[in-house]
Design a binder for this molecule. Structure first.
Ligand code: SF4
Length: 354
């Protein structure tokens, strides 16, 4: 496909979303990327939060973390370029270690992944011996390696239930943990790791907080710096202006925001919801670029989004960086084998649940 054809293809989808001058420029880069992709026998995976011009041009596969993990595990290409953030690229390497995994921007991190260390998980396990550990995929490989099983926002409750355990450690997203607790009817505590007298075992006595006994989930105070910003007041303000709006929120939003929404689900679940329902107008409380991508796929529907925050990490993955990743073979993601093998077990166990 030459750059004029690429421009036409992108324009058909993004005319109302991306300025024309930008589309022309990005179409040229997309052609370069596709050429490099062929030469290097690479596959490009694009997370739902990628900017629209990138999302609708160069990825071979798009989707949420779970989809893309599966694609990473199955690919027979030599190089996986992960247009997402570091923990996602690490997960690709964990699942398919013989491939070269490239993350186009070196500093594409995540506030959730950075909220917890492997040492924190070991301290929690020492404090709650024998309690299984579930970690959200938004964590680094060494944290996954300390876990029994991983989860994504689309399967978090199913993963917790699959353990059939009276008590589960659920890390690191405070809001996702609270939303899972609400969904599964479990009581959650957020322990401190400061030295304290040994805790009694869960399920044996009086009700109460950390030092007492009626809890089934043990959480951590990590937050997504994007989703934590949405408030119930935001929803009320939009509903005052558009009474017919259908509000969709990601479960990394606070439980109050989730309760005030019409629907809460993973990025894929939100995309499906918009496709399968017939409301004229939606408010999408998640990363702004994803709102753009849903709007592009559903031009007949009005997609409201609050773009006061874009994820500063996802935002570093641009078409220029993606081209340069292929050109200069950068930035290579490696996971030490001893960590990878243990993290693999936790990720694989999650993939088996679906
Ligand atoms: S949107 Fe939130 S959870 Fe996703 S990468 Fe950015 S900071 Fe992390």
């Amino acid at each position: 496909m030459n750059s004029q054809e690429m421009y036409e293809k992108m324009k058909a989808r993004l005319e109302k979303i991306v300025p024309d001058v930008e589309l022309r420029y990005k179409a040229e880069i997309a052609v370069e990327i596709n050429e490099l992709k062929k030469q290097k026998n690479a596959v490009i995976l694009g997370h739902n939060y990628m900017e629209p011009a990138l999302f609708y041009s160069v990825p071979d596969f798009t989707g949420d973390s779970l989809d893309l993990s599966r694609k990473a595990a199955q690919t027979d290409k030599d190089i996986i370029v992960f247009c997402g953030v570091r923990f996602m690229a690490e997960t690709a390497k964990i699942l398919n270690p013989s491939k070269t995994v490239l993350l186009p921007a070196e500093k594409a991190g995540c506030s959730l992944a950075e909220s917890i260390t492997a040492e924190d998980v070991r301290a929690l396990k020492a404090k709650f011996p024998g309690v299984p550990v579930v970690t959200y995929v938004n964590t680094y490989a060494d944290v996954k390696a300390e876990s029994d099983i991983c989860c994504t926002s689309s399967n978090a409750a199913a993963v917790v239930e699959s353990l059939h355990s009276d008590t589960v450690i659920f890390l690191p997203d405070e809001y996702l943990a609270k939303n899972v607790a609400n969904e599964t009817g479990k009581h959650i505590i957020f322990p401190t790791l400061a030295p304290q007298p040994p805790l009694p075992q869960a399920g044996e006595g009086v009700k109460g907080g950390e030092g007492q006994l009626d809890y089934q989930l043990i959480g951590w105070h990590g937050r997504c710096e994007v989703h934590e910003k949405f408030t119930v007041k935001d929803i009320e303000a939009v509903r005052a202006q558009f009474p017919d709006v259908v509000v969709l929120s990601h479960p990394e939003c606070s439980p109050e925001v989730v309760a005030a929404s019409n629907f809460s689900g993973s990025t894929n679940a939100m995309i499906r919801y918009v496709q399968q329902t017939k409301a004229p107008r939606y408010l999408v409380l998640t990363e702004c670029a994803m709102g753009d991508n849903i709007a592009a796929a559903n031009p007949e529907k009005d997609m409201l989004r609050l773009c006061m925050v874009r994820c500063p990490h996802m935002n570093t993955i641009t078409m220029e960086e993606t081209r340069d990743a292929l050109k200069f073979n950068r930035y290579v993601i490696d996971v030490p084998e001893e960590i990878r093998v243990r993290a693999y077990r936790a990720v694989q166990r999650m993939l088996e649940i679906g």
